[in-house]
Design a protein around this ligand. Structure first.
Ligand SMILES: Nc1ncnc2c1ncn2[C@@H]1O[C@H](COP(=O)(O)OP(=O)(O)OP(=O)(O)O)[C@@H](O)[C@H]1O
Length: 236
């Protein structure tokens, strides 16, 4: 068995008096696409930010390929936050240049292929792009790092259902071997075809996690149906 890509033990995080993550435990291995699922406010974004090294005040143990969140883990983690992180006045070409300068593992040719695949013009300023076009540009950038872990926060929420399939195809295309892709979403139905494993969250902790084939076999349901049942049951 290979070492886990991410190991989290007893992770807790509060915003002031409000607990966002509570004694959360999760182990994820590489070579998988994992759906991080749960209702609004259950802590998905907070969890991704802790793993990405974007939050500093938390308790517990978090390891990404043996590194606590920090400069060493950031070198192997590609994080796509839910809010836009690129400057409106920049063109896609400018963003590609920034990624090239900033990330040693950035593969410009893969990024340009993805941008072409999405039909985007690299000379256009981000301010002139629609929400969905901007999302595509951000996915092209984030997925073009030769990273070991990809953290994608709601990557397909801004696009219409037809475009979601195109985005998912781009996400899974030419993934580095043994990479872990952790995707938070409410759109379980759209994402289910590409998922190897899922982690269901509620109230800042993991309710249920496992490989989708095992869960389907154990529960005799699609992950979409299981998701509905788990949340109906846990809401009682
Ligand atoms: N910067 C912040 N300051 C105060 N509270 C916050 C902050 N960010 C998140 N929270 C709170 O922490 C909890 C978890 O939020 P988080 O954004 O992680 O959930 P989420 O599962 O990603 O939600 P959604 O699906 O709506 O994006 C929520 O109660 C939220 O109100």
């Amino acid at each position: 068995m290979t070492a886990p890509a991410i190991t989290i033990r007893h992770l807790s995080k509060s915003y002031g008096a409000l607990p966002a993550l509570q004694d959360l435990n999760l182990t994820l291995r590489g070579g998988q696409i994992v759906g991080l699922l749960g209702e609004n406010g259950c802590g998905k974004t907070t969890l991704l930010k802790v793993i990405a090294g974007a939050l500093s005040q938390w308790r517990g143990d978090v390891e990404i390929h043996g590194h606590r969140p920090g400069p060493e883990s950031k070198a192997i983690v590609s994080f796509l936050p839910d809010a836009s992180f690129l400057a409106d006045g920049d063109t896609i070409d400018d963003c590609i240049a920034q990624y090239r300068d900033f990330f040693a593992d950035f593969q410009e040719s893969k990024c340009r292929d993805l941008v072409r695949f999405f039909g985007l013009d690299t000379g256009r300023k981000l301010a002139t792009l629609s929400k969905g076009m901007r999302e595509k540009a951000q996915i092209a950038l984030a997925m073009s790092r030769d990273a070991k872990v990809f953290l994608l926060d709601e990557p397909i929420s801004g696009v219409d259902p037809a475009a979601r399939d195109v985005l998912l195809e781009a996400i899974v295309r030419d993934l580095p071997e043994d990479a872990l892709v952790l995707i938070s979403t409410h759109l379980i139905h759209d994402l289910e075809p590409v998922l190897d494993a899922v982690a269901f969250m509620r109230f800042g902790t993991i309710l249920l996690s496992g490989e989708v084939d095992d869960l389907r076999e154990q529960h005799g349901n699609s992950i979409d149906q299981l998701f509905r049942e788990v949340y109906k049951w846990s809401a009682r």
